[in-house]
Design a protein around this ligand. Structure first.
Ligand code: DON
Length: 305
């Protein structure tokens, strides 16, 4: 399989794509990102890296951080996490509050905002917010084997100033006890996780443990093979919110999107892939990122189905 040629073709097709979606505006510091950007990076199971377009430019990983927060939270409390977060697709938008009242303050899954705020609450236990944030950042650096990964403080501040929906979710869940700490430090932890900046290359590197059955490519286990499988199953069923079914249908890979326009997609045993294009479709997922992965799956046969 000629991956460099496949990537070159996809990059050229994405450069000419007429419908690039719309850059997220509800987080002011994301609104100025150039919609013409497109990057893709693939790390294969044998350790080769292939890149195209803007694969080395950093972007805000936003909700993709929920994969790393989930992995950390499971490491801390194991299956007790599922007493506070569900494992079902929500069928609603990523920041929806509607199900929480009928479902006793328990978010449908860890990848909607409400679920990730619970992850932040779990990861905050016993820590000051800056320690919890530092722990997550260190974890991501370890996964990607790259100590240069950092948090974009301007993005974190921007979210802090405009995050009324998230604030509502946190306070609502606090009233049910699903969130146990004070909402402000929990939200601070959550916003900083979303504001981690990474390039496609760094993100594809960070996803390697999920491709390798939980193993870190440089030695040792990050999680068990069973946990890696379970995280991937949640990415497949919930990673694109109410468009998760469509992503599974078109691409057929476990994937997690973020409103910064990134998507991390993992083909178990074969490849860890990151794409980035800032324009979003109406569900809040990268328009060209999804299209590029669809073309990649067609060209490589990497759909898991
Ligand atoms: O809390 C928010 O709304 C953002 N920090 C993250 C949302 C997000 O990335 C949804 N993804 N497609």
């Amino acid at each position: 399989m000629d991956l460099p040629a496949i990537l070159a073709r996809i990059v050229a097709e994405m450069r000419d794509a007429p419908d690039r979606g719309a850059v997220a505006r509800y987080i002011p510091s994301l609104a100025g990102v150039d919609p013409a950007r497109f990057g893709i990076a693939i790390v294969t199971a044998d350790g080769d890296t292939f890149m195209g377009g803007d694969a080395n430019i950093g972007f805000s990983i936003q909700s993709i951080s929920k994969v790393f927060s989930l992995t950390l939270a499971l490491g801390k409390v194991g299956d007790r996490l599922w007493e506070r977060v569900g494992r079902e697709p929500s069928g609603n938008s990523f920041n929806s509050i509607v199900q929480l009242e009928a479902e006793k303050g328990i978010p449908r899954n860890p990848f909607i905002n409400a679920g990730a705020i619970v992850l932040a609450d779990v990861n905050l236990a016993g820590h000051l917010p800056r320690e919890a944030i530092g722990e997550l950042l260190q974890f991501v650096r370890y996964l990607a084997a790259d100590d240069s990964i950092a948090i974009d403080e301007a993005v974190a501040r921007s979210e802090e100033q405009t995050g009324e929906r998230n604030r509502a979710l946190a306070h609502f869940m606090k009233s049910y006890g699903t969130v146990q700490h004070e909402p402000d430090p929990v939200l601070g932890t959550y916003f900083h996780a979303c504001a981690i900046e990474m390039s496609c290359r760094q993100l594809a590197q960070a996803g390697r443990f999920l491709m390798l059955g939980g193993r870190h490519p440089e030695g040792g286990n990050v999680v068990s093979a069973r946990r890696a499988r379970r995280i991937l199953s949640l990415m497949l069923t919930c990673g694109h919110y109410d468009a998760s079914g469509d992503f599974a249908f078109r691409v057929g890979m476990p994937g997690k999107s973020g409103v910064g326009g990134g998507i991390l997609a993992v083909v178990p045993g074969r490849a860890s892939i990151a794409v980035w294009s800032p324009g979003l479709n109406p569900s809040g997922n990268s328009q060209l990122g999804g299209l590029a992965l669809e073309r990649l799956a067609e060209a490589t046969g990497w759909s898991i189905f």
